[in-house]
Design a protein around this ligand. Structure first.
Ligand code: HEM
Length: 394
């Protein structure tokens, strides 16, 4: 087994790209898609490229239960209906209203670390902040937060997956490994939903129970799927974004100085962090008929592995793609996806990153990454597990 770091992973992608922007990979037994226009085109056409992989990856019962409201794996018209319902409660206005609370949680978490000295950014801030935000939004008791970490650790612990594994086989093995955790999540979330049904509050779960489209409500199992999606997708990605952006700024002191001098540059720095260190490096789709991707024909039923990391470094779209450029504009990275499944949580992720990084920069005059940092297997997720910082209070 090879240990992958971000540079070795980028080399692996460059080697894949040299075999063609769209090609069949015998080892992984999938079609690799590596160019920006090609990945965008696939994501733009849900009729030709389905998000539903259940025909090639039959799920176990408990997983299917959990999947009922997980609309990231659904196609229209069901996707439109569920996303429409959820969008009623997960609105940009609701997200914008969270800014003071995000600032208060960030301040509280950093206060607990003391003044100058050493802190692990992930442990102190990047991990707990998004979990607290999403758990509060969903009305989940604070005392239960540690169990989400256990779930996320089990579900995303794929340290041993590598490119020599056939993708679908690896997916099935993962599914077997995580089945007990899925069952536990399912029963926890069902209990939570039932308690909200009995005594509704002002949280997202209660509002989801009340939401309605064309006279239709979500059933409990659909809400479990969606709440589970939010809990997991909503926190590990934001943890990744916070850690990745701080690391990128540390690697580029000129950019860090500019952001300090003008915090208005922070959103651009965050976008560039999300482009260069793409949290979810790949997405998947299934061709519904024999069709063309770029200039290559793929057969009906082909499983396409869309390498977002590679698309985000496509020199046909990004000038000097390997350069971390906080002034890059436009920055059409695909890290939040594209088309009908475009990330519903993007405004929340961007807000949390902006507020937390602003407070971090205001609070500490110096922030320097100290060794050793510990990165995840970038083949699965580009994120940092441990990011020790040496900080000096302002
Ligand atoms: C969808 C990435 C943060 C909720 C997606 C997709 C991507 C993505 C790539 C599309 C998947 C596909 O097309 O197959 C990210 C990244 C994040 C982030 C990089 C942080 C930087 C969040 C947050 C939430 C969230 C904070 C919620 C609190 C969702 C949901 C979908 C989604 C509900 C499904 C949308 C649909 O299928 O219509 N995300 N996400 N994400 N994301 Fe995010």
């Amino acid at each position: 087994m090879t240990t992958y770091t971000l540079p070795t992973f980028l080399d692996w992608l460059a080697e894949q790209r040299s075999r063609g922007l769209v090609h069949y990979d015998d080892r992984q037994q999938v079609w690799q898609v590596l160019g920006h226009p090609e990945v965008s085109a696939v994501l733009s056409d849900p009729a030709l490229f389905s998000s539903d992989l259940s025909s090639v990856m039959p799920a176990q019962d408990e997983y299917l239960l959990f999947q009922k409201g997980n609309f990231v794996r659904m196609d229209p018209p069901r996707h439109r209906k569920l996303r429409g319902l959820v969008s009623q409660v997960f609105t940009p206005r609701m997200v914008a209203g969270l800014e003071p609370r995000i600032a208060a949680i960030t301040t509280e978490l950093l206060d607990a670390t003391g003044g100058s000295g050493r802190l692990d950014l992930i442990e102190a801030l990047a991990y707990p902040l998004p979990v607290i935000v999403i758990a509060e939004l969903l009305g989940i008791p604070a005392a239960d937060r540690p169990i989400f970490r256990r779930w996320a650790d089990v579900l995303f612990d794929q340290a041993d997956v590598d490119p020599s594994d056939p993708v679908l086989e690896a997916g099935r093995a993962t599914m077997n490994r995580v089945a007990p955790t899925i069952r536990e999540m399912n029963s926890y979330l069902l209990d939570h939903i039932r308690s909200r049904r009995a005594a509704p509050g002002d949280d997202l779960t209660s509002r989801l129970l009340a939401a309605e489209v064309d006279g239709e409500h979500l059933d409990d199992q659909e809400i479990v799927g969606f709440v589970g999606l939010l809990l997991l997708a909503g926190h590990i990605t934001t943890t990744a974004t916070l850690g990745n952006t701080v690391l990128s700024l540390d690697e580029h002191p000129g950019a860090a100085a500019e952001v300090r001098a003008d915090p208005g540059l922070l959103p651009g720095a965050i976008e560039e962090g999300i482009r260069c260190r793409t949290p979810f490096p790949r997405l998947a789709r299934r061709a519904t008929i024999a069709t063309r991707v770029g200039t290559t024909m793929v057969p009906s039923g082909a499983i396409l592995q869309l390498w977002v990391t590679a698309a985000n470094r496509d020199s046909r779209v990004f000038e000097h793609p390997d350069r971390f450029d906080i002034h890059r504009s436009p920055n059409p990275h695909l890290s939040f996806g594209h088309g009908i499944h475009f990330c519903l949580g993007a405004p929340l992720a961007r807000l949390e990153a902006r507020v937390a990084l602003r407070i971090l920069l205001d609070r500490y005059r110096d922030i320097a990454v100290a060794e050793p940092i510990e990165e995840r297997n970038p083949w699965i997720m580009v994120s940092i597990n441990r990011l020790p910082l040496e900080v000096r209070a302002a």
